[in-house]
Structures are given as C-alpha cells and as structure tokens.
Design a protein around this ligand. Structure first.
Ligand SMILES: *Cc1c(COP(=O)(O)O)cnc(C)c1O
Length: 382
C-alpha cells in the first residue's frame, strides 16, 4: 500500500486516480462464481440500474421523494401479495433480515407492554436474535429442533410462561434451509394469545416458487409478521430487507415523531434510508414476475438436486433432505477439506453442528457444480 494511504490528505487526488485505486481494491474481492457459502448473489442487471437511478433518494424524508415513496409502497404491496397478505398488511423496506427481526420483536414487545419479557425462538434461529436479546432486553429462549432440524412445537409450548411476548418460526433456516412447522406454531400462538413472527429472510423468495410447500406465510391464521430479504434470493442490491405486519396497526408501535422532516413520524430503525434499494427491489419484482422467479428457483433446485446426487454417489451423506437450495453434508476432517477447497478457490461454510453447508445461489451453473463436485471428491480423498 502507498505511504500515507490511510491518512486524510490535504490535497485531493484526481478523479481517475481514485477510480483506479478502487479498481485495485475491487480485484481483491472474490467473484461470486465459486462462492457456495453466501446467501447473497450478484444482483439482477435491472437491480443495478434501478439502484443507480435512485442513489440520492432518502426514504427517511419521504415528502421530498414522493416518487421513491410510491415505489416503496408498491413494492410492499407486491411482497404482501406474494406472501399471502391482504389489504390490512402494512410494512416497510428495511436494511435486511436483522433490522426486520429487531423491529418485529420490538413491535410485539411494545404492543404486549411486558417488561423483562421473553421470546421463544428455534435453536436454529439466525444470530440476529442474539442481538435482539441484548438490544431489546428480552430473554431469548431457544427451543430444540427435531431430527430434521425443524423446531419441536411441544418444546416451544413448554417454554411459554406469563412473560412470553411472542414466538418465532423460521421459513428457510439459514443453516439447513428447513421450514419450521408454522401451522402448529400458529395454533400454539393463537391458543396462548401470543404474537408469531415468521423469519423468511432467505425462504421468502424461494418457498412460494417451489412445486409444493407447507403453508408458511401471512395466510396462516396466527402469523403476525414476516421478514423477507430482497438482497438474498430476491436478486436485489444490498441492503434490502422487508418487514410486513398482517395487522397493520402493529406498525404503529414502532412510530417515532420526526420533527423538522417532511413526515410526522417514522417506523424504521434507521433514520436516513436508501430509496435506491427500494427501486432496485421494485425493478426486479416487476421485471421477473412470478414466472421469472419460478425459473430462478427451479434452476437453483435442479442444481441442488445435482449436487445432492453427486455427493451421494461419492459416498458423502446429508444429515437432512434439502427442502430448498441449501445442502448440508457430513464430511470427515471438515477443516482440512475446507482448506483444500479454498486452495482451488471455493468458499463453503459450516453449520454450528459441524456439517458442511452449501448454498446454491443463482450465480452458480451446472458446469460450476460439476467442477465443484470433482474438487470436493479430491478434497475428501486422503
Ligand atoms: C440472512 C438471515 C437473516 C439476517 O439477514 P441480514 O440481511 O443478514 O441482516 C435473518 N434470518 C434468516 C433466516 C436469514 O437467513
């Protein structure tokens, strides 16, 4: 690195020199081509263009950007429709699954008016719920999963007490791609008069397009809210998240007055908020439609099946049958195998229980899967 590169310079550099510098940094970044560890992907080309078009739009001050605001509203309506919601649904576009989950639990806590309360989440919950415990001062109780890595509803019910605010279910777990038994959990939530949040950060743009799937969304009676991430399988730009409340009045429990802005109040966790990601998400939804998304999901599922049968032929077993485009594998000497794969440029990840975890995203192709299979076989041989 050049001397003084980390200091704020007195005189600025030439436009082209700065860009050249950025290009060199960019070269250090990995291309998605050999990444099987991430739930993010190269955004759809229309997402990149839409993002650039609305770079300066601040949804934190919507009166100044009514066009961007209208885009957000239409996007929320489209997502509500996709996720089984009706006209009573309200929500907003967040920065991702973490903000959506924080805000859902915050709304529940404020509505329930319980201090020192608790929430019950599956053991498989995303680590954002650990942040939530810390931020919102709620106790996060973890319910164990069954043999197929789905939360056990009886175990959830046993953890309920008079300080319980709500239950969380996951539709597309980060580690195993499993769908919790949402109908059973919704029944428990209704019976105990509790809120139920569905975290479909990853699954939200996958499950609706599978050939068959269990009920998981706002159409299930007892589901209060849902998280969905356009910056994962929604092919949008980062940071794009979505949060929807089935009973729109829950959103009001997140309201903060906003003096000196064009709006009277605000529901988001962040203040200044990107209009670019709203445009990006809107553009992808409009351009792909349900059929376009189905094609993408179909292709990812075909590649997942190919990877599953290829690994099986190589004698590598899976702890669970993949429900979506996440495959976990039982691999001996896992660390060494990951190291070998990394030497060939592959990035894979692991679950907390020590399985290899592969996410089969749209940036992969059948020839890449073949190449990976062959390298994986080599890496697992001694
Ligand atoms: C990715 C993910 C999150 C967190 O989303 P971010 O966009 O990374 O904040 C939360 N829950 C689930 C199930 C996820 O897969």
């Amino acid at each position: 690195m050049r001397r003084g590169a980390g200091k704020m310079m007195e005189e600025g550099m030439a436009f082209e020199d700065v860009l050249a510098e950025l290009e060199r940094f960019k070269e250090q970044d990995l291309k998605y081509t050999r990444i099987l560890s991430s739930m993010c992907t190269d955004p759809h080309p229309i997402a990149k263009i839409a993002h650039r078009l609305f770079l300066e739009a601040n949804l934190g001050d919507p009166g100044l950007f009514p066009g961007a605001k209208a885009i957000e509203e239409r996007t929320i309506s489209m997502i509500a429709d996709l996720l089984g919601g009706d006209d009573t649904v309200r929500g907003y576009l967040t920065t991702g699954g973490t903000e959506s989950n924080i805000q859902a639990i915050r709304a529940f806590r404020n509505a329930a008016q319980i201090r020192d309360g608790n929430i019950i989440v599956p053991q498989s919950a995303h680590f954002s719920f650990d942040k939530i415990g810390d931020l919102l001062a709620v106790e996060v109780r973890k319910a164990p999963f069954d043999a197929s890595f789905r939360v056990d509803p009886d175990a959830v019910e046993e953890l309920i007490d008079d300080r319980t605010i709500g239950i969380v279910a996951i539709a597309g777990t980060t580690e195993y791609g499993q769908i919790d038994p949402i109908e059973a959990l919704a029944e428990i939530a209704r019976r105990n008069n509790l809120f139920l949040h569905v975290d479909a950060a990853f699954g939200g743009f996958v499950i609706p397009f599978l050939d068959s799937h269990p009920p998981f969304d706002l159409s299930v009676e007892g589901v209060s809210s849902i998280t969905i991430d356009p910056h994962k399988m929604g092919m949008s730009t980062i940071p794009s998240g979505g949060l929807l409340f089935k009973d729109g009045t829950l959103l009001d429990f997140l309201s903060t007055p906003t003096p000196y802005l064009t709006s009277k109040n605000q529901f988001s966790l962040t203040g200044t908020r990107s209009g670019a990601t709203a445009a990006s998400t809107y553009a992808v939804l409009r351009h792909l439609g349900r059929r376009g998304f189905k094609q993408i999901v179909d292709r990812c599922m075909q590649m997942t099946a190919k990877l599953r049968s290829g690994t099986e032929s190589a004698g590598i077993t899976s702890p669970v049958e993949p429900m979506m485009n996440v495959l976990t594998l039982e691999v001996a000497n896992l660390e060494q195998v990951i190291e070998r794969l990394a030497q060939s440029g592959w990035r894979v990840s692991v679950t907390r229980d020590g399985f290899m975890r592969l996410v089969i995203m749209p940036h992969l192709t059948e020839p890449i899967i073949d190449e990976f299979l062959s390298d994986l076989e080599d890496a697992t041989k001694d």
